[in-house]
Design a protein around this ligand. Structure first.
Ligand SMILES: C[S@@+](CC[C@H](N)C(=O)[O-])C[C@H]1O[C@@H](n2cnc3c(N)ncnc32)[C@H](O)[C@@H]1O
Length: 313
């Protein structure tokens, strides 16, 4: 199966990341290499370290980026470990970092990966298939209370408790194995009669986030990216739903704040150092031409911040 994934927001990423010839860049979610190829084309002689935890993505990126020769290094790794991987290459700092988080079209469109409620397949959902926890493992072995938390917090599902209860009742009869079974149950419990309706979408999003610890990865990855950036270097993050976007927005806001003391103190006691300048006050969305050509770009939003040399206030 060929790897299909159309990169989103490529133009604003390049405009705001401002890659320069000879610079060192890190793509923490290299996927099929679409953004990476655009960056390497825009910045002659720049070097790029591309990470992905998915072996299929890395194979696709290797093929796509082969024309750039030794300007590209690819590693199978989670982006939260970017500093360790960069240091192994002798890169102590980088000039720019891109995180285009979430799943690729290839992952969604490959039934055996189990990410999509509209295809029947095994309940897998692992981006890194070396990991032992799968979606079926989670559904079969997690307490009803924890499942309810997952559906509520990660899927923003109003009927999270009812869905968790139905999952727990069903597994007493037979273990969870197939995406189609979960899609049917989620549609029945959370609304609608067809697999494509939002109940199943929310349940699948929640499970995917939990299986891959996506929000934990993002929190650790933002911190790692912040620490690895050279002064003047930029971090660009593309997210696809409000849970992720909120984490990015708050991380940027806190790093750009001069003081994080509770309100009402007569003077600052926190000793906070301003380390980021927020380049995008508001998130950037796809322009109409991109929306028309690639509907998957609709929920994508880009935020960019620049690393400042450490200074007080
Ligand atoms: C939206 S796609 C990126 C597409 C890429 N920008 C392109 O142009 O083809 C997201 C990719 O990030 C990878 N990914 C998600 N979370 C990751 C993490 N914590 N560490 C490493 N890779 C991750 C996924 O496996 C997937 O291949």
């Amino acid at each position: 199966m060929t790897f299909q994934h159309e990169p989103v927001l490529v133009e604003p990423v390049l405009e705001l990341l401002q890659p320069r010839p000879g610079g060192h860049y890190l793509d923490g979610t290299v996927g099929g290499g679409g953004h990476a190829a655009a960056l390497l084309t825009a910045a002659p002689d720049a070097h790029l370290l591309g990470l992905d935890q998915d072996d299929e993505a890395l194979a696709a990126a290797a093929a796509r980026l082969a024309p750039f020769g030794d300007r590209v290094t690819l590693r199978r790794a989670r982006y939260s470990t970017m500093a360790e991987v960069a240091h192994q290459l002798g890169w102590n700092q980088v000039d720019g970092i891109l995180l285009d988080i979430g799943v690729s079209s290839h992952q969604i469109n490959t039934p055996i990966r189990g990410f999509a409620h509209r295809f029947d397949g095994p309940l897998d959902m692992r981006m890194d298939r070396r990991q032992s926890l799968t979606a079926s493992g989670l559904l079969n072995h997690t307490s009803e209370e924890e499942l309810a938390r997952i559906f509520r917090d990660y899927g923003e599902e109003p009927r999270a408790r009812a869905l968790a209860h139905a999952v727990a009742v069903r597994r007493r009869e037979a273990p969870w194995e197939r995406t189609g079974e979960l899609a049917e149950l989620a549609a029945a419990v959370c609304g609608g009669h067809q697999r494509s309706l939002p109940g199943a979408t929310r349940a699948f999003q929640a499970l995917r986030i939990a299986v891959n610890d996506e929000l934990g990865e993002l929190e650790r990855g933002l911190r790692a990216a912040h620490d690895l950036l050279a002064p003047g270097g930029r971090l660009a993050v593309i997210s696809f739903h409000s849970l992720e976007d909120r984490l990015v927005k708050n991380f940027f806001r806190d790093a750009a704040a001069a003081c994080l003391c509770p309100p009402g103190l007569p003077e600052c006691r926190c000793g906070k150092v301003v380390t980021l300048h927020v380049v995008t006050r508001k998130p950037i969305f796809a322009r109409p031409a991109e929306l028309a050509a690639n509907p998957r770009s609709a929920p994508a939003r880009l935020r960019v911040a620049e690393r400042l040399p450490p200074r007080k206030g």
